[in-house]
Design a binder for this molecule. Structure first.
Ligand SMILES: CC(C)(COP(=O)(O)OP(=O)(O)OC[C@H]1O[C@@H](n2cnc3c(N)ncnc32)[C@H](O)[C@@H]1OP(=O)(O)O)[C@@H](O)C(=O)NCCC(=O)NCCS
Length: 172
């Protein structure tokens, strides 16, 4: 399915602005967050958002909560024109590595049952369905699947993300 490898110029920005998160999120999802909503989310020190940047273009994002024992993915999205090229998997793999580094034991997420690309991505990484939320979604009505991955923590590290200054992105 993956037709091309992402370019080596990929950057993972772990401290993007709320405006950048809202902008890429809006392109990935039909219903999007406002900048104010993202700011409110990020004011919680346990919440984080990362952006994948390719040649200065923001192509993917993930927003999540991560506490000492558990992590939850709120949203992951790739720009429509960049899907199927491995960005989603790379972002998830990096996220799960961070969860392990921080000592998380379980990672949760919730997904529309008919969202096959997302469900397949999560399954391929070892997530299993732990609960079903009947008719959780509207338009069209559909069940939500709560998926869970049990991870073996590597070691403990602080879960507080620094917000005081911009930190350069890392290469993916
Ligand atoms: C779900 C999503 C993030 C996947 O990102 P992506 O970059 O397109 O995925 P990748 O190219 O990294 O593919 C990784 C795996 O996902 C699954 N996958 C991706 N596209 C798929 C498709 N069209 N059909 C079935 N499985 C698919 C496969 O398991 C794939 O692994 P493979 O390449 O070994 O077959 C992307 O489709 C997306 O942004 N969707 C819209 C937003 C959304 O629904 N987000 C999830 C809910 S919050």
């Amino acid at each position: 399915m993956i037709s091309a490898e992402p370019s080596p110029s990929l950057i993972l920005d772990k401290h993007p602005t709320a405006a950048a998160v809202a902008a890429v999120e809006g392109q990935c999802f039909g219903v999007s967050w406002s900048v104010q909503e993202v700011e409110r989310l990020l004011s919680n020190p346990a919440v984080g958002a990362w952006i994948v940047r390719q040649s200065r273009l923001d192509v993917a994002m993930i927003c999540f909560q991560m506490t000492e024992d558990e992590a939850e993915i709120y949203r992951i999205g790739v720009l429509p024109g960049r899907r199927g090229k491995g960005f989603g998997r790379r972002l998830m793999v990096e996220y799960l590595s961070e969860a392990k580094r921080r000592g998380c034991k379980r990672v949760f997420l919730e997904v529309r049952e008919g969202n096959i690309p997302a469900v397949e991505l999560y399954r391929s990484l070892g997530f299993q369905v732990s609960a079903r939320r009947k008719n959780y979604y509207a338009g069209p009505p559909e069940d939500g699947l709560v998926m869970e991955l049990r991870v073996a923590p590597e070691k403990r590290a602080p879960s507080v993300r620094p917000r005081a200054h911009h930190v350069p992105g890392i290469r993916l």
